[in-house]
Ligand binder design. Structure first.
Ligand code: ACM
Length: 266
């Protein structure tokens, strides 16, 4: 199976341009699964709640989801992408999963970062794993990375690959995801963006690129730099993520001792 990450440079508020850019840039026949950045269609630095509400769309009924379902059919690939979601008069920082046959599922970001707390409701879907045909895919969004519980629960739920749409501004995540892969024996695909935004008189945000695909032993299978828009692909073997044996005596998930982890579950 081939999986890819797309590293974009969106223009804030230009939904048509941002969606078309992806559609023009992703090549056919190159990957079975593509992961795109967080909020890929809108940009990140919102100035007000009204602006979020204007740019948010329904999942799966909104125009971005519909365009992405068409793109998935053309590419014959599963697409995982972040976008602002409007539902019942509130907004979530969400990610949708679509494939050639249509909508597969969505996830609402649990751990909101910085000012996102002013603009979005915390996610209420819980972490979920979706059947993407050749692989089981779990989804987490950007800052979820700093809570190891996010990746661990996705591994426990049976994910082979963690798809990780991101808009990273701190420089640590790419290194941490190597450990998330290793400690869960799982593939991770982090799709980040480039560029800077300075909106609403706020401190500028610069996004760190470095989109990457990491293997279950923590190997860097593919990584982009912090300057170029584009994509990277890696060949993966899902069986490697299903084998949780570390030695003949140790199983990564089977050897857990939840009876000693009480406070982790509070
Ligand atoms: C982030 O969660 N966008 C840093």
């Amino acid at each position: 199976m081939l999986i890819g990450v797309y590293q974009s440079q969106p223009v804030f508020g230009e939904v048509n341009f941002n969606v078309e850019q992806v559609s023009n840039d992703l090549p056919e026949g190159t990957a079975d699964l593509w992961v795109l950045p967080e909020l890929f269609n809108s940009g990140y630095q919102f100035a007000s709640k009204e602006e979020v509400a204007d740019l948010a769309e329904e999942i799966p009924g909104g125009r971005t989801c519909r365009a992405m379902i068409n793109l998935a059919a053309r590419l014959r690939a599963v697409l995982v992408f972040g976008m602002a979601e409007r539902a019942n008069k509130v907004c979530y920082n969400s990610a949708a999963v679509v494939g050639p046959r249509g909508f597969i599922g969505f996830y609402r970001k649990v751990h909101l970062f910085a000012e996102e707390k002013k603009f979005f409701e915390p996610g209420d879907t819980g972490f979920q794993v979706f059947d993407a045909g050749q692989a089981k895919v779990g989804v987490m969004i950007c800052f979820d990375w700093i809570f190891p519980e996010s990746a661990r629960i996705l591994a426990l739920l049976g994910a082979d690959i963690i798809c990780h749409p991101s808009n990273l501004v701190l420089p640590y995540c790419q290194k941490a995801m190597v450990t998330r892969s290793l400690e869960n024996a799982i593939y991770t695909a982090t799709a980040n963006r480039l560029g800077s935004e300075a909106r609403g008189g706020k401190k500028p945000l610069t996004f760190t690129g470095g989109s990457q695909i990491i293997g279950p032993s923590g190997q860097v299978l593919s990584r982009l730099n912090d300057r170029e828009k584009g994509w990277a692909v890696a060949e993966i073997n899902v069986e490697e993520a299903r084998d949780k044996k570390i030695t003949d005596y140790n199983d990564l998930l089977g050897d857990r001792k939840p009876e000693f982890y009480g406070r982790l579950c509070e």
